[in-house]
Design a protein around this ligand. Structure first.
Ligand SMILES: Cc1cc2nc3c(=O)[nH]c(=O)nc-3n(C[C@H](O)[C@H](O)[C@H](O)COP(=O)(O)O)c2cc1C
Length: 321
């Protein structure tokens, strides 16, 4: 069995409030990845980024901050600031497929320039004292790009190489490339964490049976769609209706406190339900309403109807999320 489960960073979803509330109600993650921040040219942490990274706010949750940049001095600066805040590892984002990010050569866009990436690592590993991990994809357009990238990763003491087994072009959909992952796992000199489409206990157990040598697995959407997924992986029970309702109500209340606006809180809940709704059977009608509501009062009525009317599954339906 895999030794460690990491909660994936999902920007806009697994932000501070979500991580805290999810941890309180379900938990089961060994580490919590904080969605990326991009260092500013002036090397300051914006108040908005600080709210997310504040060690006080993350107290009790073993957290790993993530930086997205293609400039070594910016990464080094950010990593040192994170070390000063008390973080023991900093992660580099080489996975984000969004067009605005990749156009600037950041996220998975950096994978298009292996020589620059090599120089970046050379500078970073010469300068930083804090352990650095990397979250990567297999390439831009084809997984055949990965051996060249791995050759570079293997030259540096990356504390953990998390591989989202897709290429940039595939964004978040389509089958993951397990054969390419298998080859990477065999060839990597650094510890490897697998990421991509682990959504049910069955899927994780199948993965573990095929890849006993993987050091860790990172789970994102599956842990939002079924908040008890990591607890179940550790032999715990499935979420009950009462537990889920207590969770969503706590989350809604906590968003209201954090944002000071009930409208923003309801909007955040819509984003959570985008995944969570798949834990309920025959949810089409209420799901449509969830996508369309305008006012918080409407949201509250839809949520009440979900818990009153719908049947709960024990596992989310993987293909839907
Ligand atoms: C809405 C959304 C936001 C994401 N934000 C980040 C991010 O900030 N940093 C990152 O490395 N990956 C990010 N990802 C990618 C996830 O961490 C993860 O690699 C991907 O969802 C595949 O894993 P999963 O199938 O377990 O969800 C994001 C994905 C989604 C869908």
């Amino acid at each position: 069995m895999i030794q460690r489960y990491d909660l994936a960073p999902l920007d806009g979803i697994t932000k501070l409030v979500f991580r805290q509330v999810w941890h309180r109600h379900f938990g089961g993650a060994d580490r919590y990845f904080i969605p990326f921040f991009s260092p500013t040219d002036h090397h300051t942490i914006t108040p908005r980024d600080f709210r997310e990274l504040d060690p006080e706010a993350n107290r009790g949750l073993p957290s790993v901050p993530q930086i997205m940049t293609c400039r070594a001095p910016d990464f080094i600066w950010g990593a040192e600031r994170m070390a000063e805040l008390g973080y023991e590892e900093v992660n580099l984002n080489l996975g984000c497929p969004s067009g605005t990010v990749t156009a600037k050569g950041k996220g998975s866009g950096f994978l298009a320039k292996p020589d620059e990436l090599d120089r970046f690592f050379d500078e970073v590993f010469n300068a930083t004292s804090v352990p650095v991990s990397v979250k990567t994809r297999l390439g831009i357009a084809d997984e055949a790009e990965f051996p060249r990238l791995l050759e570079i990763y293997n030259r540096y003491p990356i504390v953990c190489l998390t591989i989202h087994a897709r290429v940039q072009k595939e964004k978040y959909r389509g089958a993951v490339h397990l054969d390419a992952f298998e080859a990477a796992l065999k060839e990597s000199k650094n510890p490897v964490c697998y990421n991509g489409d682990l959504r049910t206990v069955g899927e994780v157990r199948d993965f573990e049976a095929r890849f006993p040598a993987a050091d860790a697995a990172m789970i994102g959407r599956g842990a939002v769609a079924d908040p008890a997924l990591l607890r179940k992986l550790r032999g715990g029970k499935a979420a009950t209706r009462e537990e889920l309702q207590a969770f969503t109500q706590d989350l809604y209340r906590s968003y209201q406190e954090f944002y000071g606006q009930i409208g923003t809180a309801a909007q955040r809940m819509r984003e959570i339900w985008f995944y969570l709704i798949h834990l309920f059977e025959d949810a089409d009608k209420l799901n449509k309403k969830l996508r369309r509501f305008k006012y918080p009062s409407e949201y509250e009525a839809i949520e009440a109807a979900i818990f009153q009317e719908l049947t709960l599954r024990t596992d989310s339906v993987g293909d839907l999320i």
